[in-house]
Design a protein. Structure first.
Length: 505
């Protein structure tokens, strides 16, 4: 272990007590978090309106604070933007984070000093845990490459507003700049392809051992790296060892990532969003992220089957059970309270509390009544690629109502063309049936037939982003399941099957 790695390892040790408390005393941590959030907000406009001074228990909280979506919070947000103090938090938030995710609708979420500290602490939990797993901090090494939309924020009525990654960059300790790549000037480049070219040039000759990125953006970066340098990333950076991945399931991209980063690379998933940093994977190759319960967020859950009820039953952490699907609700130290996230989660363990993100509410794919979750389709195509020895670059699925019987149309880009298309389609059909019982029922009755594989060039997905959102960026969460009729019509209009199948790979 180098001297630098030894110093980093010793520094990380001081967070072990917090990590252990979270792991072994989650319920107690949640109760303390709940009490601190109620106390901190009781003199705000929101706290007074909902009589926070009378809240002494979780039942009191449920009775006095209804669930709210962003649209319901927007009037409060607008009052803050109009410079009214003490609305959701004491004084004013320091920043506003821009978020759209897969919804495409711009949201502005308050970012307080406490929220920023919590974000930094969540990252340290994750790094501390991995250093204990590996008994070293050598993976931190000399340089960490962060791929994200760290562009200049804009000012709205005196508030700085930008992507959460931009806000975190502006508030990270100055000494971390020594370890960070690329530099601020490169991160501020707006045009994605130009930014990637400059990043690739800038990192040459550095000892890069860790990457932090969204899986789809990382896969795009690695593909471009090989195109421009004529070598794989693992050959250019032999000490590279860990990729911290967030924002979406990385399984569809795993073959590509390992091919470019090395078969022994450690892939660590974490559950982070503009609304907060909620969970992190604690063991490589074992699915399930540990919920962070002592870092400024109080969690509630509503069973997915009840989510459309007018007043659905709300559960605290102690009442959840494994193998059930929940919509996650948060109250946090940025002023959001009983805020309905768009995410669907499932607990794989409750001692300690570990979960996986199954998808988003507006991404449930049910053109034929199958209620397919994104993760089910992602697991199906990932397994299909393993069985057929294909490296997937990206994919999306749309319904094909023109075919009789109905079927899926799977637009996919691979590092090399699939030679036996029929075999691929058969295996994908089997895997979709295995991961989704409703699809299996439809398949057995003949209501759906084998999906059609449509091989497309990689730049097809840049085009797809352009026509759906007007741009492509590092925070974009790709929709793998597309049922929007306008999008499907655009795909049919811009690409005929014959043109796509014969496009240059």
């Amino acid at each position: 272990m180098s001297l630098l790695s030894f110093i980093q390892y010793q520094y990380l040790k001081k967070y072990s007590a917090l990590v252990n408390a979270n792991r072994f005393h989650a319920i107690e941590c949640q109760q303390k978090t709940f009490s601190s959030l109620i106390y901190a907000a009781k003199n705000t406009f929101f706290g007074k309106k909902h009589s926070f001074h009378l809240i002494n228990s979780y039942d009191d909280f449920k009775n006095q604070v209804p669930l709210r979506s962003y649209e319901n919070f927007n009037p409060y947000i607008q009052r803050i933007l109009n410079r009214e103090p003490n609305i959701l938090c004491e004084g004013y938030p320091k920043f506003f984070a821009k978020s759209s995710g897969t919804s495409g609708k711009l949201k502005l979420l308050p970012v307080t000093k406490q929220f920023l500290r919590s974000s930094q602490l969540a990252a340290l939990y994750m790094i501390n845990n991995l250093s204990r797993q590996l008994n070293t901090a050598s993976f931190m090494g000399n340089k960490v490459l962060t791929l994200g939309d760290q562009q200049e924020p804009e000012e709205i009525n005196g508030f700085l507003c930008g992507a959460i990654s931009t806000i975190k960059m502006y508030n990270k300790p100055s000494w971390t700049n020594y370890f960070s790549l690329p530099g601020h000037s490169i991160q501020s480049i707006k045009e994605p392809s130009e930014k990637i070219r400059y990043i690739i040039q800038n990192i040459q000759g550095n000892d890069v051992r860790t990457i932090v990125a969204l899986p789809v953006y990382l896969s795009h970066f690695l593909h471009q790296f090989e195109q421009l340098t004529k070598q794989k990333f693992k050959d250019a950076f032999p000490n590279f060892s860990v990729a911290f991945l967030s924002g979406m399931n990385y399984e569809p991209y795993e073959n590509l990532l390992r091919n470019h980063l090395g078969e022994d690379v450690v892939l660590m998933e974490n559950y982070s969003a503009t609304e907060g940093n909620f969970a992190y994977q604690i063991q490589p190759n074992i699915k399930g992220m540990e919920l962070i319960c002592n870092n400024g967020v109080f969690y509630e859950f509503v069973e997915l089957k009840n989510i459309h009820q007018q007043n659905p039953e709300r559960l605290s952490l102690k009442d959840v059970a494994p193998s059930k699907l929940y919509n996650i609700i948060i109250s946090a130290n940025n002023g959001l309270c009983a805020y309905v996230m768009n995410d669907i989660v499932e607990f794989v363990s409750i001692q300690p509390y570990r979960l996986i993100v199954k998808g988003r509410l507006n991404d449930i794919f049910s053109p034929f009544g199958e209620q397919m979750l994104p993760i089910q389709a992602e697991q199906a195509i990932a397994e299909t690629c393993k069985q057929t020895n294909q490296t997937l670059l990206d994919f999306c699925i749309t319904p094909d109502f023109r075919h009789t019987p109905f079927r899926y149309k799977c637009y996919s880009s691979f590092s090399s063309s699939v030679q036996d298309v029929t075999a691929f389609e058969n295996i994908l059909h089997q895997q979709l049936s295995q991961y989704n019982s409703y699809y299996d029922d439809l398949a057995k009755t003949g209501a759906v037939s084998h999906p059609e594989l449509v091989q497309v060039p990689y730049n097809f997905f840049t085009f797809l982003h352009t026509i759906s959102s007007g741009t492509i960026h590092a925070q974009q969460k790709i929709k793998h399941l597309i049922s929007d009729k306008i999008m499907i019509e655009k795909l049919n209009r811009y690409f005929s099957p014959d043109q796509i199948k014969h496009a240059k790979q």
